[in-house]
Design a binder for this molecule. Structure first.
Ligand code: GTP
Ligand code: MG
Length: 199
């Protein structure tokens, strides 16, 4: 059993030279700016302020590494799709992300989308990056607490259809706010880290 409480921030990388390159698995978390990546990491690890929960979206332009129970890295990737960033910032983001995806360092991809909305063009692009990377991959539908119970199933179906997710890709309903889905996400991570070639 992985003890998520034993998670600590390790360091950040702003360029390919500073990527962590050791033998430990890397669970890469990506999502639109403000979708709740940092909140999901905090919920998963039962720590309130581990990953900074941003009041200023689009400000996390580095890759942040967290070491979980000396077993694997949670990798908080910089968010995408924030309108108010400059062309230069967007180009920097693209270089960093392309470098990370090309590095072959991703063991498991986790994409976080907003449970309330149809995935955006940027979500679709991100999803393709993960599928092309050919690593195991799963999707988390966050902010579930903002949906009425009757809206949950149709919303999940819309996400699966819009992203054209293969049946084998888990889609996990989640609320970082309420803690919904934490156990399911931990179980999926454990399963995919244990037998990555199975999916
Ligand atoms: P960037 O790092 O800026 O890209 O953002 P992020 O994806 O890390 O999002 P962050 O965790 O900072 O959360 C953004 C906002 O959404 C914050 O105000 C959170 O409190 C809120 N939020 C995150 N998860 C949930 C959730 O499950 N439910 C609700 N209601 N709000 C959430
Ligand atoms: Mg963040």
């Amino acid at each position: 059993m992985i003890n998520y409480r034993k998670t600590s921030y390790l360091r950040s990388a702003g360029s390919t030279e500073s990527f962590l390159r050791d033998a430990l698995p890397q669970v890469a978390m990506a999502g639109r700016s403000n979708v709740g990546k940092s909140s999901v990491i905090n919920a998963l690890t039962s720590q309130k302020n581990l990953a900074r929960v941003g009041s200023a979206p689009g400000k996390t332009t580095q890759i942040n590494y967290f070491l979980v129970d000396e077993t694997f890295y949670l990798v908080d990737l910089p968010g995408y799709g924030y309108a108010k960033v400059s062309q230069a910032e967007k180009a920097r983001w693209a270089r960093l992300m392309e470098g990370y995806f090309a590095s072959g360092l991703i063991t498991l991809g986790v994409q976080i989308v907003d449970a309330r909305h149809k995935p955006t063009e940027n979500d679709l692009t991100m999803s393709r990056w993960f599928l092309d990377a050919a690593c195991p991959y799963l999707v988390v539908a966050n902010k579930l607490d903002k949906l009425k119970p009757s809206q949950i199933a149709p919303s999940l179906e819309l996400i699966r259809q819009t992203l054209s997710l293969p049946e084998s890709v888990p889609l996990i309903p989640f609320s970082a706010e309420k803690g919904t889905g934490c156990e399911e996400l931990r179980a999926a991570i454990a399963r995919l880290l244990a037998a990555p070639e199975a999916e």
